[in-house]
Design a protein around this ligand. Sequence first.
Ligand code: ZN
Length: 130
Amino acid sequence: MAIEVSTTERIDIVDITSEVAEAVPADIDDGMCLVFVQHTTAGVVLNENERGLLNDITRAVESLVPADEDYEHDAIDDNAVAHLQATVLGESVTVPVVEGELDLGRWQSVLFVECDGPQTRRVSVTVIDG
Ligand code: ZN
């Protein structure tokens, strides 16, 4: 199945944990859930959904791949920085499933990270019964 995610900022972080959890069938005792972003300028990470930390992640992404560089891809569609930021973040996370629930750590959330927003995106969720 897939989740639609809409954002309002160029770099924007959306907690999609509850949408991902809804995609997990209750009858899976022991399995895996793959959350996969089907885009080249957005990513997904596991971390804590705390407002200050979300701002810090945004700042870290901006500082790891600064916007004011001369990137070759900008000659094509002027969004090289977003591609590079998405590359650093990664396009997928895998979460264990135990008794129909995401087996996340106490402070872990599934965070979609838009790098070229605002946009509406598609995130695929695949659950494998182990
Ligand atoms: Zn591009």
